[in-house]
Design a protein around this ligand. Structure first.
Ligand code: DC
Length: 224
């Protein structure tokens, strides 16, 4: 029998450092990377551009099924995301798009439409996938599942710094509220809620450097 392409599933709440850690681990191993949150963000963004309301379930499912998206890296190694040929890299990361993503992500039909697209990222030599349901649902057979978390205060502080570095001015208090609200919606929804897979390893990144957390993941990979 053919051995399935290995997947490292990294799930966790907003600001836990999933994106950064997943990118570093993928780079270090030379594996593919799936930023599944970007797909939900792109559905929300595309809906806004097409004038489809965030409660129009059929319209959103159609958008999810027909997303024309390209993930490219440019010469200096930074990634660009294109939607219908338009560079939307910065728009994808705004808090507004994140809030829209959290709403569309609660719709089962949207999740179903994105499932095959996510699984198609599983290509040799391996995949590092980050999201909320990578280990519980999309890649439930992943040989390594990690639930990456950090205290709510630290997650808000990290997000705040990230946005400030991009020149965006958001209050820390407002960010903390948004993060709490988003965590609650992501964990309490009936479909694919945010929670650790039964066989996930819990990794708390509070007070630890990016390098140290990346190394812990790589150590676990080497045990596979
Ligand atoms: O990780 P992120 O902030 O880019 O995710 C945006 C939203 O998408 C987040 O509120 C939860 C949702 N999401 C999801 O439901 N399932 C995933 N696999 C990834 C993200």
């Amino acid at each position: 029998m053919k051995t399935p392409v290995p997947v490292i599933a990294i799930d966790g709440p907003s600001g836990s450092g999933k994106g950064t850690i997943a990118r570093r681990v993928a780079k270090s191993l030379g594996w593919h990377l799936l930023d599944s949150g970007a797909l939900y963000r792109l559905v929300a963004l595309s809906a806004g551009k097409a004038g489809v309301a965030l409660d129009d379930v059929d319209g959103l499912a159609r958008i999810a099924g027909a997303l024309d998206v390209q993930f490219d890296s440019n010469a200096n190694g930074s990634e660009r995301i294109r939607l219908d040929g338009e560079d939307v890299t910065d728009e994808v990361r705004t808090e507004e798009t994140g809030a829209g993503a959290s709403r569309v992500a609660a719709i089962p039909a949207v999740r179903d439409e994105l499932l095959a697209r996510q699984r198609a990222f599983r290509q040799a030599p391996g995949l590092v996938a980050d999201g909320r349901d990578m280990g519980t649902h999309v890649f439930s057979d992943a040989p390594l599942k990690i639930y990456l978390t950090a205290s709510a205060e630290e997650r808000a502080r990290r997000r705040h710094k990230q946005l400030k570095d991009k020149g965006m001015d958001v209050s820390l208090a407002a960010l903390s509220r948004d993060i709490e609200y988003r965590d609650q919606r992501d964990s309490e929804r009936s479909v694919a809620p945010l929670r650790p897979a039964k066989d996930a390893r819990i990794l708390d990144s509070s007070g630890r450097s990016i390098e140290a957390v990346t190394q812990t993941v790589l150590d676990w990979v080497s045990e596979l």
